[in-house]
Design a binder for this molecule. Structure first.
Ligand code: NAD
Ligand code: MG
Length: 399
């Protein structure tokens, strides 16, 4: 059976890796829809190459340019726009698989729409679970959607967990989940120098080529904090049973520890095409184009406990998970505002953690029972973070 795939966030780093795997298996996968934020020229290139029946841009002006260019080239791709257009793409009846690879909170609404429509969802957008984990997981359960994580750590855990998904991991003898983290580009930088590091240094990840936002999150280790929350919702594992371990080689992508002392790990070269291919083909296996892992060449693998003084964002994320309700959404919003400001050189690197902590202190957590609760918390926390960082209040869309 050929699967019809939609990629939300097709022009990004995950989008490129997904299209690379898909292009290797034209007999199995058809690109049925591609979306982006406002990068219409990059999306046009992909439309020319993959000829999807539908394309969508979040930004209406950019969608207009794309539509024009598509018409001039005599292509038949239908162009949708705005938040509604993205939701429509995620729920098109002819699409069975949705790759959720938009960056940030902007990914929540279309990903949730895909869940409600019962799609097979390959989830990269961890922010969906951070903002509205309970609402999203309930939608997946109620609609019978199939949720497959492609964040590399969660994909590793998925592969190491028992096959029986009807029971909670603890009921199947799982004691702990161990999330590995590379430690990012500043693992060994003297803490005193962190105040003045640049966006270029923060984005120069030693092991992974990724979008700028997640690269900065890796440098602060907020990424790992968000992943702890992501793991909690995806697998139904308590905060106390999720641990983070630094592993600079990024070869062991995460581990699951069982009551009997067994620890299962998934290993591979650090290349997102492996988890994407695993999830695309699940429960089968397909090739991904990733080079085989040569353990003898790597030689040794190292593991360390994270230094929380160096990486306060990790601690803040654990606190947000303990506080529950809107706390993770508040944290995520503050982080997105602060990372955006850091990338624009308006604030320093250490201000990111400070802004997150200050926003969390300012806004008490309240329960989340709907999408609207999550979006309200997101909006309010963005305004507070902007105020705390002396930034203008703006509604600008990211790229
Ligand atoms: P990226 O910045 O490279 O790409 C983001 C994509 O989202 C682009 O197509 C962009 O046009 C689109 N987009 C941005 N703002 C939007 C908006 N407001 N509305 C609609 N679309 C918008 O990001 P990435 O590195 O590919 O990461 C995507 C997601 O995957 C993130 O949630 C990230 O945490 C997660 N992830 C990425 C990696 C990786 O290796 N890059 C690994 C694990 C998880
Ligand atoms: Mg990850």
């Amino acid at each position: 059976m050929q699967r019809n795939v939609a990629i939300l966030g097709a022009t990004g780093s995950i989008g490129a890796s997904a299209l690379d795997v898909i292009a290797q298996h034209p007999d199995r996968y058809r690109v049925s829809a591609l979306t982006a934020g406002r990068q219409w020229e990059a999306l046009l290139e992909l439309v020319e190459r993959f000829r999807p029946p539908v394309a969508a841009l979040r930004d209406p002006a950019a969608a207009h340019h794309l539509e024009d260019a598509i018409r001039k080239r005599g292509l038949s791709t239908r162009v949708l726009c705005d938040a509604e257009g993205l939701r429509d793409v995620a729920t098109l009846p002819e699409i069975d698989t949705v790759i959720a690879a938009i960056v940030g909170a902007a990914g929540l609404e279309p990903t949730l729409a895909a869940a409600r429509a019962g799609k097979r969802i390959l989830l990269a957008n961890k922010e969906t679970l951070v903002l509205a984990g309970e609402v999203f997981m309930a939608a997946v359960r109620d609609s019978g959607a199939v949720l497959l994580p492609i964040d590399s750590e969660h994909n590793a855990i998925f592969q190491c967990l028992p096959h029986d998904r009807t029971r909670a991991p603890a009921a199947c003898g799982v004691r702990r989940i161990l999330l590995t983290a590379s430690g990012g580009p500043f693992r060994d930088t003297p803490v005193a120098e962190l105040e003045s590091v640049t966006p270029e240094q923060a984005c120069a990840h030693p092991k992974w080529r990724m979008g700028r936002k997640i690269s900065v999150d890796s440098a602060t280790m907020m990424n790992k904090g968000l992943e702890v929350i992501e793991a909690h919702w995806l697998f139904g594992v308590a905060r106390e049973a999720i641990e983070v371990v630094i592993h600079p080689e990024s070869v062991v992508h995460s581990l699951v520890e069982y009551l009997d002392g067994s620890v299962l790990a998934q290993l591979g070269n650090p290349d997102m095409r492996t988890p994407i291919a695993q999830a695309l083909a699940w429960p089968e296996r397909i090739s991904s184009g990733v080079a085989p892992l040569e353990l003898a060449r790597i030689g040794s693998l190292n593991f360390f406990a994270p230094d929380l003084a160096r990486f306060p964002c990790l601690d803040v994320a654990y606190d947000a998970l303990s506080a529950g309700g809107t706390a993770p959404a508040i944290l995520n919003a503050a982080n997105e505002v602060a990372v955006g400001a850091f990338l624009e050189r308006k604030i320093g690197f250490l201000d990111i953690a400070r802004a997150c902590q200050a926003t969390m202190r300012r806004l008490p957590a309240t329960p989340i029972s709907s999408l609207a609760d999550a979006l309200d918390a997101d909006r309010e926390a963005r305004a507070v973070a902007r105020e705390l960082l002396n930034l203008e209040q703006s509604q600008q869309l990211p790229a």
